[in-house]
Design a protein around this ligand. Structure first.
Ligand code: BGC
Length: 733
């Protein structure tokens, strides 16, 4: 399928002619310069092998910077376009992951909104702010599927599901790249980390991944393909070895799949020093060998290894790398620079007034509210005005943590915390006690917390992880309960006997098995961004009704991992629910643990509301369809269900469509998400929600590794989570 370039530029002949003209004028050194990217915040000088960046830019030895912004970017650009021989402009990239100055909720939280329009808007806002500060390329979205919350980077993605992940990938690309790459507010999107990085063994960051080809194609590749089809201009090759081959030197994933099958026309940048790391992986003998393997496999730009610039010329002279491969990589890079309009308009118009506008804040608040997932509520929420509140916990007033693990130019001073909003709104009716630290805290603060709980009607307890150190890159954990002595604080406070509303701030699914029992209500708030406080207070008091749904399963224990909803059945599925007394009975020899249920504590798709929704039966338009017609795109399975707001408050429900197939050449998951819609309903209101399943939803990689719709039985659920609903069944002949 040919790639569609965002903004409708696809192989523009005028651009192609300019690319060829430029290429002819370039020396080999200048070509390798275009393929080299350096971080502005790294040292240069004798020990680094690099000279002053200004000299290097003037000599045409650098094609792109990361971590250079604002006027500094314009200063380097001036050198590139005025002093370098061919005047090729630089591109400035940065990790703009969930907002630039206006920090939005972390990506895992954004995915929990299931609101692609909102995610697109968040990405657009990030693009407008970043481009007003010299940045035209973001290393986002991370579209790695993650089934293991031990992996800290689960916070940066859209969770465990390829269908949702693909929808989110498209939304980010649309938002970042906008109407056209040549629009000065457009950021190049970068789909990362290609590929399999999220499947790190044991959830340990940078670890090896083993993913059979069918699983790779069914689960890990679809969000990348969706992003490529949406027109993403760049892809980042990952750190991990995939089935023994480093992803940053992998001809199968980079050459065969990305270039040949998907016709990707943008360029591939390596992850940070990932080319050099192929030596540590053990495939490359030395730096020169690493550079050779990566460029031949299809990595166009070297981020920070300093190997393309320093080692490739000799490899070419020695005949080990054909110059045509380098030429092709250069074409890909400069083609994007032409498409961005950088040759005509290289400088950024720095505009601080475009940052953190009231509109941007408003969108950040909306995103935060829609991302909150209500995990438990015995009726205490929403809180009644007039109740005296004890606000306790190390995250109640932690501005820095609200920014999450990777906040480009977010500032603590921009954050409105929960404590500050409650203090303003409740005055003397709120008492604050920190209670303990996130980790390493002693129980010295417990007494004050208990005292605060005693004198209140209700306790709001703000607990969780430390965003910068416990989530994101290089932050894998083996224990997933609340860090430090926060569980003890919860117990001590709960023992007072006042209802406890537990607010959780985390970058991953946590193990909440014990914590949930102690609390009257639990709201997963992730790391909500600059508008954390207003969004939380509006939600706690019912001005906003929670509507987020989990995009990654919350396990009962670490021992259950990996636990994800779209698993296979096995030949001995556990019938019904877990019953510890059934050991020795008929269910002993089923696929199960003897000491715990198979199911997660909170499943994918789960999330409560202050109202309730009821689902009517799944209605089918027909009971049988032809596999051949479905496969050719000539037919679609139409299904619908009525959804009613059966409670007393207006609310929004994320209606989810799941399928499962039987009678197929390979076993298919017990359920797979294949559609979703956010529906707003007034109390008592009913809406019919319709879905269509076509080739894109029904085809899978079969026993012959063909992507086809096979005959079989198809079950369909329309429900409010991956565990709910009664399926209807039809036949694909
Ligand atoms: C991360 C990437 C990031 C890059 C540049 C790497 O360590 O893995 O996700 O884009 O650094 O900052």
């Amino acid at each position: 399928m040919p790639a569609v370039w965002a903004g409708g530029w696809s192989d523009d002949p005028a651009i192609e002619a300019r690319v060829e003209r430029l290429l002819k004028q370039m020396t080999l050194e200048e070509k390798l310069g275009q393929l080299s990217q350096y971080s502005g915040n790294m040292q240069t000088g004798p020990d680094t092998g690099r000279r002053d960046y200004k000299e290097m830019v003037a000599a045409g030895e650098i094609g792109s910077f990361l971590n250079v912004t604002g006027e500094q970017a314009n200063r380097y650009q001036k050198i590139a376009v005025e002093r370098s021989r061919l005047q090729i402009p630089l591109i400035f990239g940065l990790d703009v992951i969930h907002g630039y100055r206006t920090t939005f909720p972390i990506p895992l939280a954004l995915s929990s909104t299931w609101d692609t329009e909102l995610v697109e808007r968040a990405a657009r806002i990030a693009a407008m702010e970043a481009s007003a500060d010299g940045v035209r390329w973001t290393f986002s979205p991370m579209v790695d599927i993650a089934r293991d919350p031990r992996w800290g980077r689960i916070s940066e993605g859209a969770g465990e599901d390829p269908y949702l992940g693909s929808a989110m990938a498209r939304a980010y690309v649309r938002g970042y790249q906008g109407e056209s790459l040549s629009d000065p507010t457009s950021l190049l999107a970068c789909l990362k980390h290609y590929v399999g990085y999220g499947a790190a063994e044991g959830g340990r960051d940078y670890n090896t991944t083993e993913i059979p080809e069918r699983l790779l194609r069914d689960v890990y590749l679809p969000p990348f393909q969706a992003g490529v089809e949406q027109g993403a201009a760049t892809v980042m090759s990952a750190f991990n070895a995939l089935n023994g081959v480093p992803a940053s030197a992998n001809p199968f994933t980079l050459g065969q799949i990305l270039r040949k099958e998907w016709q990707f026309r943008g360029f591939v940048v390596s992850d940070w020093t990932a080319i050099a790391e192929t030596v540590a992986h053990g495939t490359a003998i030395d730096g020169a060998d690493a550079a050779r393997r990566s460029i031949v496999a299809g990595v166009d730009m070297d981020m920070q290894s300093d190997l393309y610039r320093t080692a490739l010329a000799d490899e070419i002279t020695a005949g080990k790398v054909p110059v045509s491969i380098v030429d092709e990589a250069v074409r890909r890079v400069v083609r994007v620079k032409f498409a961005m309009g950088l040759f005509e308009d290289p400088y950024a118009r720095i505009a601080p007034e475009k940052m953190l506008t009231p509109d941007h804040r408003q969108s950040a608040r909306e995103a935060a509210e829609k991302s909150f997932v209500l995990l438990k509520n015995d009726g205490i929420l929403p809180l009644k005005r007039g109740a005296r509140v004890a606000l306790i916990g190390p995250l109640a007033d932690s501005a820095g943590n609200m920014l999450g693990g990777w906040s480009a130019k977010g500032e603590e001073a921009d954050v409105v915390t929960l404590r500050s909003v409650l203090a303003k709104e409740l005055g003397a009716d709120v008492t604050y006690a920190k209670g303990t630290e996130i980790s390493g805290g002693a129980d010295g603060g417990f007494a004050e917390a208990i005292e605060a709980a005693r004198s209140a009607d209700v306790v709001i307890l703000a607990l969780g992880e430390d965003a910068p150190t416990m989530t994101g890159e290089a932050a894998s954990r083996t224990e997933l309960d609340l860090p430090g002595n926060q569980e003890q604080l919860l117990e001590a406070v709960a023992a007072v006997g006042k209802p406890v509303v537990l607010l959780l701030f985390s970058g991953r699914p946590l193990v909440l098995t014990r914590a949930v029992e102690r609390a009257a209500a639990v709201l997963e708030a992730w790391f909500p961004g600059v508008e954390a406080g207003p969004a939380l207070v509006r939600t706690l008091y019912g001005d906003s009704n929670p509507s987020g749904k989990l995009t990654a399963s919350f396990p009962r224990s670490v021992g259950q991992l990996p636990v994800y909803y779209n698993h296979l059945s096995t030949g001995r599925p556990l019938p019904g629910e877990f019953d510890p007394n059934s050991i020795g009975s008929a269910s002993k020899y089923t696929s199960r643990y003897i000491d715990q249920a198979n199911s997660p504590l909170f499943p994918f798709g789960f999330g409560l509301s202050y109202t309730t929704f009821s689902y009517g039966p799944v209605k089918l338009e027909a009971l049988s369809y032809s596999a051949a017609e479905l496969d050719m795109g000539k037919a679609e399975v139409k299904i619908s269900a009525e959804v009613t707001n059966s409670g007393l408050r207006p609310g929004q429900e994320v209606v989810q469509l799941y399928i499962s197939q039987r009678g197929t050449s390979v076993a298919r998951p017990v359920r797979e998400l294949k559609g979703f819609r956010r529906v707003a309903l007034q109390p008592g209101e009913t809406k019919a929600v319709e879905f269509a399943l076509g080739r894109d939803e029904l085809a899978f990689w079969n026993i012959d590794m063909q992507d086809v719709v096979e005959p079989g039985k198809l079950k369909v659920w329309i429900a409010g989570s991956s565990k709910d609903g009664i399926p209807a069944e039809l036949t694909i002949e």
